[in-house]
Design a protein around this ligand. Structure first.
Ligand code: ADP
Length: 344
């Protein structure tokens, strides 16, 4: 299911002020993708997702599912449309009085699905999320990751075409987060779903999403494929998110995936490489060709599902004119160079 939103605006009137939570946002979310919407707290993510999932009406603007306008449906049509969407949340929202299997059965019971069909579907869904052995477990006996798996199974019970994930992994540890994101990716492919993933974590975008929109203060400041955004970020908001990605060596699991810092000083330049262009040959070629030397301050590789993006934070020393020429040359090699302005 392709989702298009056009010029969405939503303003809230709080007691002492007016908040423009979503300011004229337009997006095309292609079918069959995992689409990230990233923003800091208060950026307007939850509001935007309530508008896209038709839980709330915009002040103005339009929402289309496969070219059909859906923001102005009557009540009956709206209920039908809601059945084509599944949703999972940070706090799982499971019914604690029911077992794992009965939670998955719940939306099917509401739709008055025949009992034997429910049983069959619940069994399939438990298998899909790898929890067949916990069917009769009370919710309180499940781990956070298992609860989210049950919530995913429940969200998929009515075979929706769209799955909304609202900070779905924010309450989970990094390892469990990775396994849940992998599960969502696998399910997306298996069921040809359109997944809309709301997050404040760039790790989630890196590990799960195909495309991403970066939201700041109610507006989209950047949109594109995850590889493009990681290798060539344009907005300050995006650069800021990337600079906080697994920042440093004192984080236990940063060694294989994150950025390792060799120096306390930040470097003045951030170089971003895609795939096979690794940093080392570029740096040795450039320091031979120009009268410059490099100090590597930090570096690492981000493994995206389709590509690797290398990052090096460096100082480039030498006469100004040579440094400038060196940077121009590096850019011609297809490496993105940003001035980060760290202390030399
Ligand atoms: P995010 O999900 O990115 O943290 P939200 O969409 O929750 O952002 O909030 C965006 C802004 O809109 C915030 O300033 C918030 O206070 C305001 N807001 C969100 N929902 C409401 C509401 N129901 N009533 C009043 N203000 C709201």
């Amino acid at each position: 299911m392709e989702i298009k939103i056009k010029n969405l605006i939503r303003t809230y009137y709080q007691s002492d002020k007016t908040v423009e939570a979503v300011k004229n946002v337009s997006l095309n979310i292609p079918s069959n993708t995992v689409y990230g919407i990233i923003g800091k707290s208060g950026a307007g993510k939850s509001t935007l997702v309530r508008l896209i999932s038709l839980l709330e009406k915009p002040d103005s603007g339009e929402v289309y599912f496969n070219d059909k306008r859906v923001d102005n449906l009557d009540k009956k049509e709206m209920i039908n449309q809601h059945r084509q969407m599944g949703m999972i949340f940070q706090n799982f929202n499971l019914l604690s009085s029911r077992t794992a299997a009965k939670n998955i059965a719940y939306p099917l019971e509401i739709c008055k699905t025949p009992k034997d069909e429910i049983n069959k579907r619940v069994k399939e869904l438990l298998e899909l999320v790898g929890l067949s052995d916990r069917a009769n477990a009370p919710i309180s006996t499940l781990s956070g990751g298992q609860k989210q798996r049950i919530a995913i199974a429940r969200a998929l019970a009515n075979k929706p075409e769209i799955l909304f994930c609202d900070e779905a992994t924010s309450a989970l540890d990094p390892q469990t987060t990775r396994s849940i994101l992998q599960l969502i990716r696998d399910i997306q492919k298996k069921m040809n779903l359109t997944v809309v993933m709301i997050t404040h974590q760039m790790e989630v975008v890196r590990d799960a999403c195909d495309r991403v929109a970066v939201l700041n203060d109610g507006a989209v400041v950047e949109e594109g494929t995850v590889a493009d955004i990681f290798s060539n970020p344009k907005s300050e908001t995006t650069k800021d998110f990337l600079s906080h990605l697994n920042p440093i060596a004192d984080e236990e699991d940063s060694s294989d995936d994150g950025i390792v810092r060799w120096s306390e000083h930040g470097g003045k330049y951030t170089l971003r490489f895609i795939d096979e262009k690794t940093g080392e040959p570029v740096i040795s070629t450039v320091s031979k060709k120009f009268d410059v030397t490099f100090n590597i301050r930090a570096g690492g590789i981000q493994h995206l599902p389709q590509k690797d993006i290398g990052t090096l934070i460096v100082d480039i020393n030498g006469p100004d004119a040579e440094v400038e020429k060196a940077i121009e040359y590096i850019k011609t090699l297809g490496v993105n160079v940003e001035i980060t302005g760290g202390k030399a």
